[in-house]
Design a binder for this molecule. Sequence first.
Ligand SMILES: Nc1ncnc2c1ncn2[C@@H]1O[C@H](COP(=O)(O)OP(=O)(O)OP(=O)(O)O)[C@@H](O)[C@H]1O
Length: 291
Amino acid sequence: MLKLDDVTKEFRIGAFGGKSVTAVRNVSFDVVPGEVVSLIGESGSGKSTIGRMILGLNPITRGSITFDGLPVRAGKEYYRHIQGIFQDPFSSFNPVFKADRVFSMIKDTYYPAVPAAEWAERIETSLRDVRLNPGQVLGKYPHQLSGGQLQRLLIARALLLDIKLLVADEITSMLDASTRIDVLNLLAELKARGLGVLYITHDLSLGNYLAERTVVLRGGSVAEMGPTERVFGDPLHPYTRELLAAVPRLHEAWDDAPPSDTCFYHRGGGTGALYEASPGHFVACAGLSDC
Ligand SMILES: Nc1ncnc2c1ncn2[C@@H]1O[C@H](COP(=O)(O)OP(=O)(O)OP(=O)(O)O)[C@@H](O)[C@H]1O
């Protein structure tokens, strides 16, 4: 369904764009229907940039991203199948419009011919699917709704489309613990119905809760990826081990001082090539002193 192939993103920076920063480097992974893949890494590791490239919000510098075999193409038909939801639900709503406006915009853009009564029924179904009571949310302004209700509204809006992939970027980080679990359980239900989810988070425990597969990013490159139980249960890259051992320190920079063990996974002159340690479980050269 979604496939990233050797994707690199460079941003031009500096007064005249004369310098560049590589935010994402040679990243490849896929997401299949009915699967949650979590993209984990500390702040600045390139997670959101990957999400934005998938959503067509940032152009790709090199490599390719395809969805059902076709390249990313920002536009109406693409967004019928792929939707993004972000950390701050309040920023996704215009404060002067009532919440139901998000649904009327979907109708105007995608379903202008659907009769009003049928549309109202579809909205009701999608709200009930995300466990929202239509009477309690429609007709309200964003500031009259909680962050959890707004995130659910955005998911309900996505469900009105023929959505196949949800890019969820830190969607629970502004929610309290119980609402967070509710939203995660909702994603798990959607997954069971065949939706693919790219779950972007810096929180390892949340990724572990949901995802079949985990991709660990470090400095824009994949450090390790594979089935979640193997990445969490048998982490191979020192960075993954560091993350798992230091969950409360996730936002601190990783200590680049090489550990004393040797880099077993060095391949191809430290080019970032991944070594398949066991079926589906990949690990990068750790960049240790003997590489
Ligand atoms: N528009 C931009 N112009 C220049 N550099 C950028 C731009 N967007 C992101 N970057 C840089 O790219 C790198 C990756 O940023 P990104 O936002 O993808 O990280 P992240 O892992 O999502 O971080 P966080 O968890 O803090 O959101 C960072 O070094 C960031 O400063």
